[in-house]
Design a binder for this molecule. Structure first.
Ligand code: AMP
Length: 279
């Protein structure tokens, strides 16, 4: 496994592989790796000859400086995980390498940018698309792998790819969960034992909606799911919605195709998101 810190060194390493017609996959992460990240690497290995995993805690996508500061960075653990996963290349640039000078970034990501996460974390998807574009430019991957866990993020990256007319193929990968249903997240490390128990209500509410989808109407499903969460001590609901998976607009017609239930809540001091596809 090669560990690379600069764009120049990455280009030098990848260039002969591209000339040799090898397919390159990129798995962008912010580190603090768990089985969800590893699943992305495993899926990428099925599609590509070379898998590059980037680890970069991108400052421009954090809307809360405290969140950036306390973001976990367990480097040795991450290296072990990536080695065990059989990752070929780790790209771990410094902030200076990715942002050598002050720059402004604003692109049109469509109206869904301002919904859900975009409403609670203003500017978040500008920062996300800014860094993903830089990573795409550095790696020039044939394919890039993202988790369905960050449902809206994939939509925004799709829109960025369309905006610039990039040729990279995006692959959405299923959410990996703990045995009790909690969606894996680098932020779960911040949960106290009590938070960890309370956090289960998110996946339970989503599962409730999915399991009762055929027999209950959407308003009743939403009412029950929101009540489950609001009645859990230590959990503060930001949103629970059933939406069109493309526009993210709320939907009350169960026959509408591509529906997804999405939730975000603060559990103790930690903000968590999760979602489930419904039809
Ligand atoms: P992050 O390090 O949180 O920026 O996540 C890096 C990538 O891993 C993103 O594409 C996430 O959607 C994905 N990811 C995070 N958690 C999970 C999970 N539980 N299952 C699958 N993919 C995930």
């Amino acid at each position: 496994m090669k560990v690379i810190n600069t764009i120049a060194a990455l280009r030098t390493l990848l260039e002969p592989m591209k000339v040799g017609q090898q397919k390159i996959a990129l798995v962008p992460t912010m580190g603090a790796l768990h089985k969800g990240h590893v699943s992305l690497i495993s899926i990428a290995q099925q599609y590509a000859d070379v898998v590059v995993c980037s680890i970069f805690v991108n400052p421009t996508q954090f809307t809360d400086p405290k969140d950036l500061e306390k973001y976990p960075r367990p480097l040795e653990h991450d290296m072990r995980m990536l080695k065990d996963a059989g990752c070929d290349v780790v790209f771990m640039p410094s902030v200076q390498e990715m942002y050598p000078e002050a720059e402004s970034w604003h692109i049109d990501l469509g109206p869904a940018e301002f919904l859900l996460e975009g409403e609670f974390r203003r500017g978040h998807y500008q920062g996300v698309t800014q860094i993903v574009k830089k990573l795409f430019d550095a790696v020039l991957p044939d394919l890039a792998f993202f988790g369905q866990k960050d449902f809206q993020q994939i939509l925004m990256i799709e829109n960025m790819v369309a905006y610039f007319g990039l040729s990279v193929q995006l692959v959405s990968c299923p959410i990996i969960r703990e045995d009790d249903g909690l969606a894996m997240s680098s932020r779960n490390i911040h949960l106290t034992a009590e938070d960890r128990r309370n956090a289960l209500v998110l996946s339970r509410a989503l599962t409730y909606v999915r399991d009762h989808f055929s027999e209950e109407e959407i308003p009743a499903l939403l009412q029950e799911a929101r009540a489950m969460i609001s009645n859990t001590a230590g959990v503060e609901l930001d949103y629970f919605t059933i939406a069109d998976g493309r526009t993210l607009l709320p939907e009350t017609d169960k026959d509408h195709p591509g529906l997804v239930a999405l939730v975000a809540a603060k559990v103790g001091q930690t903000r968590l998101i999760d979602n489930m596809l419904l039809n």
